[in-house]
Design a protein around this ligand. Structure first.
Ligand code: HEM
Length: 366
């Protein structure tokens, strides 16, 4: 299907699970959009076109493997007590306020940004800066281009200073681990270190925040499913996967690819030079892969959704995101047995002009 992007450029949107899966695992479909003729996501924001954000294999794979080595499952596990502690602190404050509160401000946004601060080893007091930079980076049209450039330059300076501080004073954080990471071809260069720190910060926080807030809103507006979960918290990991299948964080626009060669699909050929959106959100609703896909069913098994992508760019933060979603959702439902939306679900408004289309506010009471 041909679609027009916010920039006015055209791309082919793939909607079938099989096609999306194939495209995501084929290196001939590149994430590097800095090529003549490649579609642009937005005319306002040139960051999406930056080849340093989206390099191709094999260079990308070498660097990514080094980062993955530092960002191990053991590191995520070690972060779990910190996630529990931040969640408890936020829920205490929420309870003290007596409500109603906006769940975005009370829990969904502060949690992942504080976890990213712990991960990178920067102080919680700089949280407001991180929120400002991320919001500029993810803007398709709501932030003027000069403000985006300014925000990115500020962030670069901040990260560079942090890295040089960590070189002098190593600690147990991810940045120190990335500085130490090595393979037979060497270690991360200063430039690669900076880019990956920025990438983790930019893509690792608002995604989780949007999914967490939106996921809870989805549960609260489906009382039957919420009842099942309240009756059996062992269903929580399953419920988190079903909420991810619904891909509450927004469209698949950010997964835009460029065909560097002709690529054959089952019944068509993607011609070299075509820009392609692997529609993970559509694939997650494909009836040939997910029986009764429109049903929100937290008992669904075999839920191999594509929300974290696949292949060379598969989300490196998926284990961390899953841990945050599970811990926060579980603790919130336990602490507030009567939690409910303070406005009808239909009144919740979507964020506009940004890559992530979460809700502007999620008022809740208990
Ligand atoms: C619910 C939360 C999240 C969602 C839905 C999500 C989704 C995604 C998707 C779809 C991609 C791949 C895009 C593509 O194929 O074009 C991706 C990549 C990435 N994600 Fe996540 N993400 C989440 C949370 C996180 C977290 C918590 C972190 C880290 C702290 C993170 C770090 C990254 C990085 C570094 C990449 C780039 C990987 C690469 O290019 O090799 N993400 N994410």
């Amino acid at each position: 299907m041909h679609v027009v992007l916010p920039s006015g450029d055209e791309a082919v949107l793939l909607t079938r699970y099989r096609d999306v899966r194939r495209v995501l695992t084929d290196d001939r479909l590149s994430r590097n959009l800095d090529r003549p003729g490649a579609a642009r996501i937005s005319r306002h924001n040139s960051m999406f076109q930056d080849p340093r954000i989206n390099p191709d294999p094999p260079e990308h794979t070498r660097v990514r493997n080094l980062v993955a080595k530092a960002f191990s499952a053991a590191r995520v596990q070690r972060l779990e007590p910190r996630i529990h502690a931040v969640v408890d602190e936020l829920l205490d404050a929420m309870e003290r306020s007596g409500g109603p509160v906006d769940l975005n401000e009370a829990l969904a946004f502060p949690l992942p940004v504080r976890v990213i601060c712990s991960l990178l080893g920067v102080p919680d007091t700089d949280v407001a800066l991180f929120r400002h930079w991320t919001s500029a980076f993810l803007s398709v049209s709501h932030v003027p281009p000069e403000e985006i450039r300014e925000a990115m330059a500020e962030m670069s300076r901040y990260i560079a200073e942090h890295i040089s501080h960590r070189r002098a004073h190593p600690s147990d954080d991810l940045v120190s681990a990335m500085i130490r990471a090595r393979d037979e071809e060497g270690q991360l260069s200063e430039y690669e270190l900076q880019w990956w720190c920025r990438l983790l910060l930019l893509v690792g926080y608002e995604t989780t925040a949007t999914q967490l807030g939106g996921g809870i809103a989805m549960l609260l507006s489906h009382p039957e499913q919420l009842g099942l979960l309240r009756a059996d918290q062992a269903l929580l990991p399953n419920a988190i996967e079903e909420l991810l299948r619904w891909k509450i964080v927004g469209s698949s626009l950010s997964m835009l690819r460029y065909a560097t060669d002709d690529v054959e699909l089952d019944d068509c050929v993607i011609r070299k030079g075509t820009s392609v959106i692997p529609g993970a959100d559509c694939a997650n609703q494909d009836p040939s892969r997910f029986p009764d896909p429109q049903a929100f069913d937290i008992t669904r098994s075999d839920n191999a959704h594509l929300t974290f992508s696949l292949g060379a760019h598969f989300c490196i933060g998926a284990p961390l995101a899953r841990a945050e979603l599970r811990i926060a959702t579980g603790a919130l439902l336990t602490r507030f047995p009567n939690l409910r939306l303070a406005v009808p679900a239909k009144k919740l408004k979507r964020v506009e002009g940004a890559l992530l289309e979460g809700f502007t506010e999620i008022p809740v009471r208990w």
